[in-house]
Design a protein. Structure first.
Length: 462
């Protein structure tokens, strides 16, 4: 039995400026398409929001009929299907304006980081973004957000200054330090289940250039380079950020020839400060062995997405993520044992992001971000073959995590939770007191759970 009646669909078509599409309507599948091609959403109706007024109309109609509402932007942060009810898409609600004097960007719901970066750069300003500039700003920020400059500037959510929210009552409220501070606290890291966020004010930093990029090592040098990296990170200042990833690359033409069809290690680096100091800091990595490609140097801050160079085209995607307590020599040995170049595993990428620094410190007024205690993130990304998603990849990752379990942090962070697939990962996405407080805020602003959130009920994807 579907959640949405024909009468409700007719009402939405009469009150909403954007498209209102039911299964079988032309454009229904295209409206629901997101970054992860392995996920097929099947709501009873999908509404393409054109404005905040559209969001209000949808919420009021849904509230009167008890119909659940979920949000879809780019689809990066939604690994499970959204079924039944109403799905609203925000891709038409794009736009960013910059107040250079206040160093704040006003960002609407469907905007991606690339647009904010481009708008801020002429003023010598930059947002604290994710690794990919094709991710939706608001969904990413609601989950905290750990980008290439996290050690220096903290979680992306630390830079949120205010949110515009359509609540379950159909009201439009501003959540900030001075207005609805409980909701503001929850939206900075609590992810979803609070309403439809239609806009966000986001702080910018003065940053024109940085010293960064990535270097690649061949399979035979992965062990020595990874060992050197783990030791090197212990002495890094907060101005230096780094991650590594073992990539098992297919022999495809779009991949640079030195890397094509190979298993390689990429060491990424982003340093905020003088280029000469950055070069000196990075030298131990260059000394770790011969490189296939060395693309680390001074770069415009607006090119930050080139450091990770994540794919932008939609693809079938499967991943799991968590936090680690430390990166000691024993961990490196265990990691290489289960994920090193000699292992024949169906994972295209196994990544470690070094944390610490500003990620450990909450904002003065407090936020709902989970994962500040982690020393490092661990992300495992499967080959893009949906035939492996149900059994083969989960079994592979379970085996790897069984070996690495002694280093897995009790806490995680919601953007790395992989759809809450692992037992307890929903609850572990926040400290216990934060988890309880988030439940209280959701109950206050959405007492009837109009905006479902939790395992298999994702909302507020990026």
């Amino acid at each position: 039995m579907k959640d949405v009646t024909d009468a409700l669909i007719d009402r939405l078509r009469g009150e909403v400026a954007g498209p209102v599409l039911a299964p079988g309507d032309k454009g229904y599948d295209e409206e629901l398409a997101g970054f992860n091609l392995a996920v097929t959403h099947t709501p009873d109706v999908v509404v393409g929001l054109m404005s905040e007024d559209d969001a209000v109309a949808v919420v009021r109609a849904a509230a009167e009929t008890g119909t659940p509402v979920r949000v879809l932007a780019t689809g990066h942060g939604i690994p499970n299907p959204m079924q039944g009810g109403i799905v609203v898409t925000t891709r038409r609600m794009t736009g960013v304006s910059v107040d250079a004097d206040e160093q704040v960007a006003h960002i609407t719901a469907g905007t991606q980081w690339a647009e904010v970066i481009a708008a801020a750069a002429p003023y010598g300003l930059a947002p604290i973004t994710g690794a990919s500039d094709a991710v939706g700003c608001i969904g990413y920020t609601l989950g905290g957000g750990l980008g290439p400059l996290a050690r220096t500037y903290g979680f992306s959510s630390d830079w949120a200054r205010a949110f515009r929210v359509v609540t379950a009552a159909g009201d439009v409220v501003t959540a900030s330090e001075t207005e609805h501070p409980d909701l503001f606290w929850a939206l900075r890291g609590g992810k979803g289940g609070f309403g439809i966020v239609t806009a966000m004010d986001f702080g910018l930093v003065e940053l024109r250039t940085l010293y960064g990029g990535s270097v690649f090592f061949d399979a035979e040098h992965i062990a020595s380079a990874l060992t050197s990296w783990a030791e090197w990170t212990r002495s890094l200042p907060e101005s230096a950020n780094s991650s590594v990833v073992i990539l098992r690359l297919p022999p495809l033409e779009f991949i640079p020839e030195p890397l094509r069809g190979k298993t390689v290690l990429s060491v990424r680096f982003a340093y905020v400060g003088d280029a000469a100091d950055g070069k000196r800091l990075f030298q131990p990595i260059r000394d770790a062995g011969p490189t296939l490609i060395d693309a680390v140097g001074e770069m415009p801050a607006s090119d930050i997405a080139l450091i990770h160079n994540d794919p932008k085209d939609p693809t079938p995607s499967w991943d799991r993520g968590m936090l680690l307590d430390e990166l000691d020599a024993e961990f490196v040995a265990a990691f290489l044992e289960v994920a090193g170049p000699e292992q024949q595993i169906p994972l295209v990428a196994v990544e470690l992001r070094y944390l610490g620094g500003a990620t450990e410190r909450d904002v003065p007024e407090g936020s709902a971000v989970g994962g500040r205690s982690g020393a490092c993130t661990l992300t495992l990304i499967g080959v893009p073959d949906p035939n492996l998603f149900d059994k083969v990849l989960p079994a592979t990752v379970d085996g790897i995590l069984g070996r690495l379990e002694p280093w897995v942090c009790e806490e995680t962070t919601v953007n790395f939770a992989g759809g809450f697939a692992l037992p307890g990962s929903y609850e572990k996405s926040w400290p216990a007191d934060t988890f309880a407080r988030l439940a209280e805020v959701r109950a206050a602003y959405d007492p009837d759970s109009l905006f479902p959130f939790g395992p298999r009920q994702e909302n507020s994807g990026s």
